[in-house]
Design a protein around this ligand. Structure first.
Ligand SMILES: Cc1cc2nc3c(=O)[nH]c(=O)nc-3n(C[C@H](O)[C@H](O)[C@H](O)COP(=O)(O)OP(=O)(O)OC[C@H]3O[C@@H](n4cnc5c(N)ncnc54)[C@H](O)[C@@H]3O)c2cc1C
Length: 412
């Protein structure tokens, strides 16, 4: 009997890998070890519909338990992997050891910690997993003053959702623009204005001195660098994530801002793969640089790549396809849809298509004449066309982009 494919982590990669392996007709055993005590669930709604009660636990679940059973997938919840012995091809949990034929590290990311006084007070939250979201949601009943620290995707999504429920919301960020690491300046500007018009107080270029706490260890405000206090009964810290690499690192698997993998998601150690938020991979849309992407698309497509490699090896075929998917991401903020595709490296030209004042536009970003990334705000058609253009290395001219009457579809 051959040893199983063992997956460490029970998130997006794990579920997609199970699906893809069985779709590829891989017949061997699959074991998924998840430290969480939840059936694998969708994380994106946690910072959007879930915290405001527009969706519930049941709808978050990716697949019912019967899905795993019927496909002969052994899903073990509440089972953290504590060590990997690469020489013996074995993973260890607190109570057991399990040999693997192939190991897939899908350990995701951890919320970055902010070293700030008051961060452990009641009423201070982060938002990485379902227990975090449950705790925040439960606390929000009766909350009125929310401070969000960090104007990234998760911070802004939550800020927008909470504003819609009537909370007063203030967002702080030390950067000079919102979502600054990920979107074009035009899109940062548009979301700053739009959220401000909706009543969110956005304070940029501003760090926090400390979180103020009352005698019951309950948060009561956030103290600004200038000494002023913004009152708050709820503080959400959303200052990014770090790849969850300790396990791999301790096992001697190469890590550098993530578990380092090649274009087939293979790590530095034979029979060990990594994918999703924890993996640093060479990406052709970043000029071959190693990048780490935190997106459902990346997790899904890397899982498919690994399934292809394992299934091909199983069938004695070495011709699996490398990871080459067009990167894309979405972020829903209140009623607005932000969709991004490509990777904005080496951008030296930007052209706006559509009308920001009318609330629907896209920013096409170029390196010379080469299209490299497109951010679309309430412009799904542009987004879908941009994905196709990037996939087939088609670049429109600046004039074609700027001319809304020109149908970009004719280029594909
Ligand atoms: C609040 C929120 C909103 C998001 N919104 C969007 C969005 O709008 N669009 C988008 O594209 N992406 C979004 N994302 C990102 C997306 O959810 C992630 O990129 C995706 O889930 C990554 O999948 P993964 O399998 O790599 O990691 P995860 O889905 O995070 O799963 C990792 C799993 O590994 C487990 N684990 C870690 N270590 C161990 C161990 N030692 N033993 C056992 N288990 C372990 C963890 O507990 C976790 O269950 C969002 C993420 C969050 C948190």
């Amino acid at each position: 009997m051959t040893d199983p494919v063992v997956v460490v982590g029970g998130g997006q990669v794990a579920v997609q890998l199970c699906l893809a392996l069985r779709k590829e007709k891989y017949q061997g055993d699959i074991v998924v070890l998840s430290e969480e005590n939840e059936l694998p669930y969708h994380r994106p709604p946690l910072s959007k519909a879930y915290i405001t009660g527009k969706t519930d636990d049941e709808k978050l679940v990716m697949r019912p338990f019967s899905f795993y059973e019927s496909r002969n997938i052994d899903l073990k919840l509440n089972t953290a992997v504590t060590a990997i012995d690469c020489d013996r091809q074995t993973v260890h949990t607190q109570n057991s050891a399990l040999k693997y034929r192939y190991l897939v590290l899908a350990t995701g990311a951890l919320a970055r910690q902010l070293p700030i006084e008051g961060k452990d007070a009641n009423g201070v939250f982060e938002l990485r997993d379902l227990p975090d979201a449950r705790a925040l949601k439960a606390h929000l009943d009766g909350a009125a003053d929310v401070v969000v620290i960090g104007a990234g995707f998760i911070g802004l999504e939550a800020a927008a959702a909470l504003r819609q429920t009537g909370c007063r919301v203030t967002v702080f960020d030390t950067a000079d623009r919102v979502m600054g690491r990920a979107v074009s300046p035009e899109v940062s500007q548009w979301f700053t204005e739009t959220h401000t018009q909706a009543g969110i107080n956005i304070l940029l270029n501003e760090g926090i001195a400390r979180i103020a706490v009352d005698s019951n260890h309950q948060v009561c405000g956030v103290v600004r660098q200038n000494g002023e206090t913004v009152s708050a009964d709820t503080v959400l810290i959303g200052v990014g994530v770090l790849p969850h690499v300790e396990l791999a690192d301790s096992a001697g698997i190469s890590c550098d801002n993530g578990i380092v993998v090649d274009e087939y998601c293979r790590t530095s150690t034979p029979a060990v793969f990594a994918a999703g938020d924890c993996a640093s991979h060479p990406n052709r849309f970043a000029g071959g640089r190693h990048v780490r992407l935190e997106s459902v698309q990346n997790a899904t497509d890397q899982a498919r790549t690994i399934a292809g490699v394992i299934a091909a090896a199983d069938q004695g075929d070495q011709s699996a396809a490398p990871y080459a998917a067009v990167p894309w991401f979405w972020s829903d903020q209140a009623e607005h849809s932000l969709q991004m595709t490509g990777l904005a490296y080496d951008v030296n030209g930007r052209v706006t298509r559509g009308d920001p004042d009318a609330g629907s536009f896209s920013v096409f970003q170029f390196n010379g004449a080469q299209l490299v990334a497109v951010d679309s705000v309430n412009a799904s058609r542009d987004h879908m066309l941009a994905r196709k253009m990037l996939a087939s290395s088609v670049s429109p001219s600046f004039e074609q982009v700027a001319d809304s009457d020109f149908d970009l579809k004719t280029l594909i």
